[in-house]
Design a protein around this ligand. Structure first.
Ligand code: UGY
Ligand code: MN
Length: 247
């Protein structure tokens, strides 16, 4: 769609939002030097978490202080040396990390242009459950499974499925024509980044064409459904809050 005359695919509604790369306005954030930040989803929108795109310039770095916020990071491109507590590991595109609440984290010497997507939320501890651990890994090492038995919708769960974790981050890969088996409506929120391909996302009572680079917020109970379109697979990375009581 042409942006001429103010057209955009973006939509910010009460319980969902679509933000496209053409809508981005960069700012700076504490903890990041020589880097730009686009806060794509945040509590001011109505969400209970934040999704941020960080782009590092030459000489950039991240030095994020420990707090009650936990961070999941995904390397969309580039790479650098990631440090969480005493763990240090080189990460490239497709790499990811989890820094639990109470742990500082750093990214040193990122390649110029490195892009990171961050999902951040205030950690809700669960009495009796072991605290979440530091994780630094890569998507290629995570086994996928057909979602509800459908080989056209493959799901990779990037974080352990354990009660101590109050968030999940997964990657869904759909073959062309693959789709969510039904319209979901659930208490968990989602933050989503289209990684590859294209399709149509149903959010509440609207159907949106979406493609790589788009970001979607789905608030609690937002009816949601997706179908992959085109001749190549579609993949998206998404966040959800899990494992905590509603009351
Ligand atoms: O995990 C989920 O709720 C997932 N099936 N939702 C989605 O892809 N919109
Ligand atoms: Mn869902």
């Amino acid at each position: 769609m042409s942006e001429l005359f103010g057209h955009t695919r973006a939509r910010v509604a009460a319980r969902h939002a679509l933000i496209t790369p053409n809508n981005h306005v960069a700012s700076t954030l504490p903890g990041f030097t020589d880097a730009t930040a686009v806060v794509l989803i945040s509590p001011v929108m109505g969400a209970r978490f934040a999704q941020t795109l960080i782009t590092f310039n030459k000489g950039g770095a991240a030095n994020v202080a420990a707090s009650d916020v936990e961070t999941f990071g995904y390397f969309m491109s580039g790479g650098g040396t990631l440090g969480v507590g005493t763990h240090r590991q080189r990460c490239e595109a497709g790499g990811f990390f989890f820094a639990p609440a109470g742990q500082a984290w750093t990214l040193t010497a990122p390649k110029s242009g490195t892009q990171l997507t961050l999902f951040q939320k205030k950690f809700q501890p669960l009495a009796g459950a072991p605290a979440p651990r530091v994780i630094i890994s890569e998507v290629a090492k995570v086994k996928g499974t057909p979602f509800l038995g459908d080989p056209a919708a493959n799901l990779q769960m990037l974080l352990p499925d354990e009660p101590g974790y109050d968030l999940a981050v997964n990657i869904f890969a759909y073959q062309p024509g693959g789709h969510l088996p039904f319209v979901e409506s659930h208490i968990m929120e989602h933050g989503l980044l289209m990684l590859e391909g294209a399709g149509v996302y149903r959010l509440e009572d609207e159907w949106y064409p979406v493609q790589a680079g788009d970001v979607i917020w789905m608030g609690s109970y937002c009816p949601q459904w997706f179908v992959a379109m085109g001749k190549t697979p579609a993949r998206y990375l998404y966040y959800k809050d899990v494992n905590r009581s509603a009351l």
